[in-house]
Design a binder for this molecule. Sequence first.
Ligand SMILES: [Zn+2]
Length: 403
Amino acid sequence: MKKVFLIALIIAIAAPAFGFKVFYYGGKIVKHGEEQIPWTMRFNNLGTPDCAKEFAALASSLNTWSNVTKQWYRNKRGVNTSTINYGYDGVNLCVWYEPGYSGQGGWPWAAGAIAVNIFWMTDAGTFYKVVENDVCFNGHNFTWSDKGEVYRMDVQNIATHEFGHNLVLADLYDAASRDFTMYGYASTGETKKRTLHQDDINGIRFLYPNDEITLESFTATAREGRVLVAWKVSREENHAGYNLYRLEDVGGGADYVKLNEALIVGRSPYEFEDGGVKAGTAYKYLLESVDLSGGKERFGPARVEVPTAQKRVFALAQSYPNPARTAATIKFALPEATTAELEVYDLSGRRVATLYSGAAEAGEREVVWNLAGDDGSAVAPGVYIYRLRTPGDVAARRLVVAR
Ligand SMILES: [Zn+2]
């Protein structure tokens, strides 16, 4: 087993007393700013000729870190690029340096370096902010695999380590860290860096400390004149509870109004019913996660439109067609669940047919009369009256039967 260095161009000079190291430069910590999220990496089109699925392996490596960093802190894959050389050019590049690739001029670093993560940074006041990462894989001195083959470097194993540098963790070289993803040595056939050790995760939480929950969903849904706000979290740590805010339009301006009095606590999935909304109005909701030390992080907004309330009425419509030759369709509407009767009478007041009788839901419905009496025989041509009756209302209309 050959042991070789994975190097970053900036050397870690400070080590907190944890199983991770971060970078310092000029006495300031090096990391990303929140406004840079998601951090998008782009893979060179050529990949490596050594394996067929290197892009999938690289993408898996990005996801490994995305899954533990805070919701807004994501490594993300952008479209592939034709950029073939590292350089400060606005492209966060992943590229193999291979003997057959024109325009590269060989592997610029030590032969034993498996991969190199070069990053550029700028002074952001309280910290140095990374503004670009380029990751270069050594195809001159190593062959590559996406399957952990014994005599090759595993793409996902090495890339997961390199993407740890993206976020901006430093290498570890002490033997106690040998199972960590950020351990600075790697071997052919090795795959243990594909997954993260708890100390690798702790490093991310040290750099980006408001990572108290992993939010899986946050939705607002209109339901019968109210809004049901729901959210699911897969992880809560050092977590105190939630606040929920609704955006209110206030003539020319808008403000988020806090909906809960005490912190919302409980277990995922969470639900909050907001009855203070108006029909025909759109709203936005924000979820605020509060940690045990009072740190806050906001998610959203979730948007919802509360539909215009449908005014429910008691109504009996004119039948159609009218005159009717074979059948008549009669529509009616009830304002609430009740019992109802729909009957047909002749002009002498004799009941000819019962079209509906019994319990009825609120809302509209229609009944088709086949122009037969209750005895089953066709009614005579002429004028008829149909009447809808509930315990509280009655309505009647005429229809004509023609043969
Ligand atoms: Zn490294």
